[in-house]
Design a protein around this ligand. Structure first.
Ligand SMILES: *[C@@H]1O[C@H](CO)[C@@H](O)[C@H](O)[C@H]1NC(C)=O
Length: 112
């Protein structure tokens, strides 16, 4: 159990500020299935960096998130991070940041 927690924590640290963020178990298997999916799309505004927040909360707080995938569908210039919650929580709060003047397009999937 401890090793598992350590592993999850390490994975989280490694990918927390990558362009796409994928943590935990992000495919359907056994009792794990997709509980949320969303495609976030915004157009660019000259000179502006856009920030979008995506919040998902599992209605029952005894249900834990087992995997989160935040995938950049565009040019790879935007950034994403999980700013709170995620693996082991019943909620996740995701921040998406566009490059200055550009839009962004992300696909978000949560597994539990
Ligand atoms: C998500 O995180 C951002 C930045 O920390 C915060 O401003 C926002 O209120 C959070 N959203 C929710 C629903 O907790």
């Amino acid at each position: 159990m401890f090793l598992k927690i350590l592993y999850v924590f390490t994975v989280f640290l490694c990918v927390a500020h990558a362009k796409s963020v994928i943590v935990g178990h992000v495919y359907k298997q056994g009792s794990i299935h997709k509980v949320y999916e969303k495609t976030v799309e915004t157009s660019g505004i000259p000179l502006i960096k856009k920030t979008e927040e995506v919040y998902f909360e599992y209605p029952l707080d005894d249900q834990m998130i087992k995997g989160v995938a935040v995938m950049d569908l565009d040019n790879g210039l935007a950034e994403s991070s999980i700013n709170s919650g995620g693996l082991g929580f019943n909620f996740v709060n995701i921040t998406l940041k566009s490059e200055r003047g550009l839009g962004l397009r992300f696909r978000i999937e949560v597994y539990a």
